[in-house]
Design a protein around this ligand. Structure first.
Ligand SMILES: [Zn+2]
Length: 463
């Protein structure tokens, strides 16, 4: 699960969908249709997956690092061992993409009409130098932001995040804001380090740079609308790194049928600058374990009508790049993917949900969750809508392209989230095992059926 810039504490809105949970429901979900051998997920398999992925050898599987590549190679070898084949049109189980990371070589220089301004703080830098005429917003209303290359917004009462998002949507190259307690707090939270957004090679870099000016300098600036503004980035370099997705395919009996996509992300935060390894046992070695154990279970069973793609992505934590690349280069046309279920952080039970129940992000956006629930899946709505979890994992990259795509989680606000304590020792392996077990028959049903999940009105993002 990726971090989210907006961390407003707006109180928790209860969005629990009342699901009848009879005692023994888990046991019922673990059963198998007549004539089909039941499958039992074994806790020692789950533990073994975790011990390797979240163990010391992989050093926290940093995004787009050789450790992530090792994790992908191991997942690929497991896929092969379980009997999956490379996806249609692919010769191997690995898909790689290049991520471009801009890096500053020295302090950036912001100039107005050729004169450098003092006291500039760059919250977020662009991947190239910016030139443009200064436009001054009449208000801080994000909806009324001018669509110009360089925009200054004073007296920002609207949250900075909302202004930045509106600027990004209007392709503003440089947003200039007046220093405030909010900008100070955000800069402090960022550790006083300018953010340099990475991007997939081949994609145009598209992220609004954000500069903060001290109050007096800002007030002088906005009296000079129409003047030339230049942001120079001395010593800018573009580093290229490889990220890796592991992809396995379980062919269906009907080649014309749509396929399912079961996914998770391989990567985590790697080794911190202070040397501490962020193991990411829950985030998201646990989801990777779910994909592996579902692959093991389904490959051992009878062939289903629909094929199933099992995908473990790289570089989720730094911007969903593995899934974005997959979405643009899917071995199966996206229109032929009936549904995507991403697994994230199933290593602990959410105390707000009934025992044994998992949450599905964006539950109310489509009819997938309710239909799976009707077929025995113990999934309920996301009790934390203010956290925007639907947008914070790989499912979102596919949802943006129209695929009905959700993330299933155990406890998405666990205290170990993005902490050094996210280790195997702090996982609830029996819960994980039951959670994976509980999904086998609902997924088998979905793979056998011709049910085509659909977005509800207003549910598809970007529509
Ligand atoms: Zn995460």
């Amino acid at each position: 699960m990726a971090a989210w810039i907006e961390r407003r504490n707006v109180g928790l809105l209860a969005l629990l969908l009342a699901l009848p949970l009879a005692s023994g429901a888990l046991a019922q979900a673990a059963g198998a249709p007549a004539g089909q051998a039941p499958w039992t997920v074994r806790p020692e398999w789950v533990k073994a997956d975790e011990d390797f992925l979240a163990g010391d050898a992989l050093q926290g599987r940093g995004s787009a690092t050789p450790d992530e590549a090792k994790a992908a190679a191991w997942v690929a070898s497991q896929f092969k061992h379980f009997g999956l084949v490379p996806a249609p049109g692919m010769r191997s189980y690995l898909q790689t993409a290049t991520i471009v990371q801009p890096m500053l070589g020295g302090p950036p220089v912001l100039a107005l009409a050729g004169r450098p301004l003092a006291g500039v703080t760059l919250l977020s830098a662009p991947a190239e130098e910016v030139r443009g005429r200064l436009a001054v917003a009449a208000s801080d209303d994000p909806a009324a932001l001018p669509a110009a290359d360089v925009v200054a917004v004073g007296s920002a009462k609207a949250p900075l995040f909302a202004i930045a998002r509106a600027a990004n949507a209007r392709h503003v190259k440089l947003l200039i804001l007046r220093q405030s307690p909010e900008t100070d707090r955000i800069w402090q939270q960022m550790g006083g380090v300018t953010r340099m957004p990475a991007y997939l090679e081949g994609d145009a870099p598209h992220a609004t740079a954000i500069a903060i000016l001290p109050a007096a300098a800002f007030d002088g600036l906005i009296s000079q609308a129409g003047q030339e503004v230049a942001l120079d980035l001395p010593g800018l370099t573009l580093a290229r790194r490889t990220t890796t997705n592991a992809i396995g395919f379980l062919p269906g009996s009907d080649p014309a049928a749509a396929v399912l996509l079961l996914s998770a992300h391989l990567d985590h935060l790697g080794r911190r600058p202070d040397g501490i390894v962020m193991h990411g046992a829950n985030d998201d070695a646990s989801g990777t374990s779910a994909v592996l154990e579902l692959a093991r279970a389904l490959a051992a069973g009878p062939r289903s009508r629909r094929g199933i793609l099992f995908v473990c992505y790289g570089s989720e934590e730094i911007g969903g790049f593995g899934s974005a690349y997959f979405g643009a280069h899917s071995p199966v046309p996206l229109a032929k993917i009936a549904a995507n279920i991403e697994f994230e952080m199933i290593g602990a039970q959410d105390p707000k949900l009934p025992r044994g129940t998992l949450m599905m992000t964006g539950f109310e956006r489509s009819n997938l969750g309710e239909t799976l629930a009707a077929h025995g899946a113990l999934v309920a709505g996301d009790p934390y809508p203010e956290q925007n979890f639907f947008q914070r994992s790989d499912n979102y990259q596919l949802a943006l392209k129209g695929v009905v795509a959700h993330t299933i989680s155990g406890w998405a606000v666990t205290p170990t989230y993005h902490q050094p304590t996210d280790t195997v020792a702090n996982l609830d392996i029996p819960f994980m095992t039951r959670a994976i077990q509980s999904l086998i028959e609902p997924v088998r049903w979905l793979a056998a059926s011709d049910f085509q999940p659909e977005w509800k009105s207003g549910g598809q993002p970007g529509r």
